[in-house]
Write a protein that binds this ligand. Structure first.
Ligand SMILES: [Zn+2]
Length: 65
């Protein structure tokens, strides 16, 4: 029995990761360790919506300057 359901189906795996918090999407990136947000929310592939079950962190928004 395999439990590897977390395989992205895109030609390039995990082209972009997002998380949805309170119906808003945020860009996230893989991280070596869980953060408080990643413990609460699952990230997912932005294209095929496969849940990404590893640690991630928020990508800071671009500096508007
Ligand atoms: Zn995907």
């Amino acid at each position: 029995m395999t439990d590897d359901q977390s395989t992205c189906l895109c030609p390039t795996p995990w082209p972009r990761l997002i998380t949805v918090i309170e119906e808003r999407e945020y860009n996230v990136t893989p991280a070596p360790a869980h953060s408080p947000a990643s413990a609460l929310y699952l990230a997912q592939c932005a294209a095929c919506r496969t849940p990404y079950k590893h640690a991630w962190k928020r990508v800071p928004p671009p500096d508007p300057r």
